[in-house]
Design a protein around this ligand. Structure first.
Ligand code: PMP
Length: 287
């Protein structure tokens, strides 16, 4: 396995970052997770754009332009001989002396790790996931805005620990006002009364790229989509629930806390249409 580290492709065992890196010391950095299908990185421009947005929100200047980042991603995928890949691109503030000041760091560290990514088992999409609503509240957007895809992941990890404790696959967090936000690594949707609901960005969530695509597909299908502020009881009383992210795509939820939900037609159909969108994108990108 090979890793991209600061302009070089190196064997995984040699891909080491200093203990003085502020990413390690303070969680000072940003990242993106992408997925490649048949050698093509799906929505690469959107991911790179979001990476630059995260960087700008933490005042970090990425020393590459987007073309160079894209080439580095493809170089890493190819060095590993992969076609279908999970891609993690991390940019930390870089090495510096102790102390929070980003100015102590001369140069950001850029790391790209890839691994094979097959489709999740079909059975999982058929059965749906078990999800809980965590006690851990989502970071307030006025504190650490979840729109910054940062290396500070403890908020999500605390919720993930709760999910594990209850043998659940994912945990949805509320914000401090008791409104639904998002999962630890996913966005949330629920369907009832012929409408599709999802928490709005101002609830304090990451504007997931998959979320955006699914909203677009649903609207095109004539489904009314409501982005807004919703409570636990809004989602409990829904007919169908699903979560979305780049790697899972559209994943049905069959259990939320004590309640059971069918893997229904809306989730199945949106998943199918999402897959078609991926296929079309890959085909067009090739051409
Ligand atoms: N919310 C959080 C907290 C996430 O980590 C992710 C995964 N990147 C998402 C939502 C989904 O985003 P995307 O659809 O862009 O993968």
């Amino acid at each position: 396995m090979y890793v991209y580290l600061n302009d070089r492709i190196v064997p995984a065992e040699d891909a080491v970052v200093s203990v003085f890196d502020h990413g390690f010391l303070y969680g000072d950095g940003i990242y993106e997770t992408m997925r490649a299908y048949n050698g093509i990185v799906f929505m690469i421009d959107e991911h790179i754009e979001r990476l630059f947005r995260s960087a700008s929100l933490i005042g970090l200047k990425i020393p590459y332009d987007s073309q160079k980042l894209k080439s580095a991603i493809y170089e890493t995928i190819q060095a590993n001989g992969l076609e279908n890949a999970y891609i993690r691109l991390t940019i930390s503030r870089g090495c510096g002396s102790l102390g929070l000041d980003p100015e102590f760091c001369q140069k950001p560290s850029i790391v790209i790790i890839v691994k094979e990514q097959k489709d999740y088992p079909k059975a999982l999409y058929k059965k749906g996931l078990k999800v809980i609503i965590a006690q851990t509240r989502r970071n307030l957007k006025e504190a650490i805005n979840p729109r910054i895809k940062s290396l500070n992941f403890l908020n999500n990890i605390l919720a993930k620990l709760e999910a594990k404790e209850k043998n659940a696959n994912e945990a949805i967090m509320l914000n401090v006002y008791g409104k639904l936000t998002e999962g630890t690594i996913s966005n949330v949707f629920f369907y009832k009364n012929n409408m599709l609901f999802t928490p709005s960005i101002d609830c304090g969530i990451l504007d997931g790229i998959t979320r955006g695509i699914v909203i677009g597909i649903a609207k095109k299908q004539g489904i009314e989509v409501k982005e807004g502020k919703f409570t636990k009881s809004d989602i409990y009383t829904s007919q169908e629930i699903f979560i979305t992210n780049t790697t899972m795509e559209v994943m049905p939820v069959s259990e939320l806390d004590e309640n059971k939900y069918p893997v229904g037609e809306i989730s199945k159909n949106l998943r199918k249409l999402y897959r078609q969108k991926v296929k079309t994108y890959i085909r067009n990108y090739r051409n």
